[in-house]
Write a protein that binds this ligand. Sequence first.
Ligand code: G3H
Ligand code: 13P
Ligand code: ZN
Length: 335
Amino acid sequence: MAKKVSYKQLGLVNTRKMFAKAVKGGYAIPAFNFNTMEQMQAIVQAAVETKSPVIMQVSKGARKYANPTILRYMAQGAVEYAKELGCKKPQIVLHLDHGDSFETCKSCIDSGFSSVMIDGSSLPFKDNIKLTKKVVAYAHKHDVTVEAELGVLAGVEDEVAAEESHYTKPEEVIEFATKTGCDSLAISIGTSHGAYKFKPEQCTRDPKTGKLVPPPLAFDVLKAVEKKLPGFPIVLHGSSSVPQEHVDTINKFGGKLPDAVGIPEEQLRKAAKSAVCKINIDSDSRLAMTAAIRKHFAENPGHFDPRQYLSPAREAMKQLYIHKIVKVLGSNNKI
Ligand code: G3H
Ligand code: 13P
Ligand code: ZN
């Protein structure tokens, strides 16, 4: 593990001011997951070109795949790269996504993360409070901000009937936020992780395209949470829209993603204008990358230099990030 270092020495920022500005301004900060150099480059290029603040987030799986030390130095590299691209004061957060224990959060804070999520959403309410509070105490000593989660994101395996009961309970949020001291709160209003957010039976089908049309998010729950915690930063996980052009390209060139469906961008746009100030997107970047690589291989069967197929993949992700920033989240021109 890398030696103890503060994120401030690395040129990173925490989420505090960023979120306050976003809530006031009616937009959301993009939180893009990264595992590879190409994703990181595309995120930085997109953020600099659009003058957007950005959260680069690292999951437990990413840390295992790429190595925690490498990812932390990549984030430091991201700040320097943004400066090289002409951004005088990059607003980049290095965030732990779905931290599963105090120890993981501590290790990230000690190695230069500026923000951590402690995901106690699967724990009983009281245990979630206890764990989150412990992380907040350590994090705040280092001026690191903490995202917590209340309510469980539904998976496609869940029964439709069970999904409703996974929604965040608005009557719990005041006690949770007050007792834990967390800086932002991820809530469950019907989004879920991955490229299959809804079962076909939860959707209707567009008669023209044959594509699934997902049910709306529970904006009533979001509204009720906002009412309980006015101005408090709210986070949406599982917010990929699963762009059908990428799904179609993947399927056209040998992939198999039948009925992949995400959250319509119109609903994310609406959420971004509310107290939702951080929107998590991972799957869309995976889809853009995979579509570009499949297409490249189909059209260039003789290519075997990774730079040949990773360059269009990186460009596709960059265009996706720019689209999300400018057309969905509205975080452009905020630096
Ligand atoms: O919340 C999940 C993120 O999409 C990260 O996914 O655990 O496969 O890296 P991962
Ligand atoms: P998606 O799978 O919808 O991209 O969600 C990502 C996420 O919530 C990361 O924490
Ligand atoms: Zn998530």
